[in-house]
Design a protein. Structure first.
Length: 75
């Protein structure tokens, strides 16, 4: 949404098609996300190691193990 709105607004100020700006802004956002993703992942993994849940997924109860073993090939 940010890339589309920003690309349209910038294209109003120039003679270049909006798609050029939208694509450029989208790629810029993608690069930023790829660069910051590992930092966020590392921060969350540190929280888990310290005993603090990083999100609600960390507080979800786990499924009980299968009492009959793997359950595959029994029979």
């Amino acid at each position: 949404m940010l890339a589309a709105d920003g690309g349209l607004l910038v294209s109003f100020q120039s003679n270049v098609k909006a798609s050029v700006f939208i694509t450029s802004f989208s790629f810029g956002i993608y690069v930023i996300a790829r660069l910051t993703g590992p930092l966020v992942r590392d921060r969350r993994s540190r929280r888990r190691r310290q005993g603090r849940p990083a999100s609600q997924e960390a507080t979800r109860p786990r499924a009980a193990p299968d009492p009959a073993g793997s359950g595959a090939g029994n029979g």
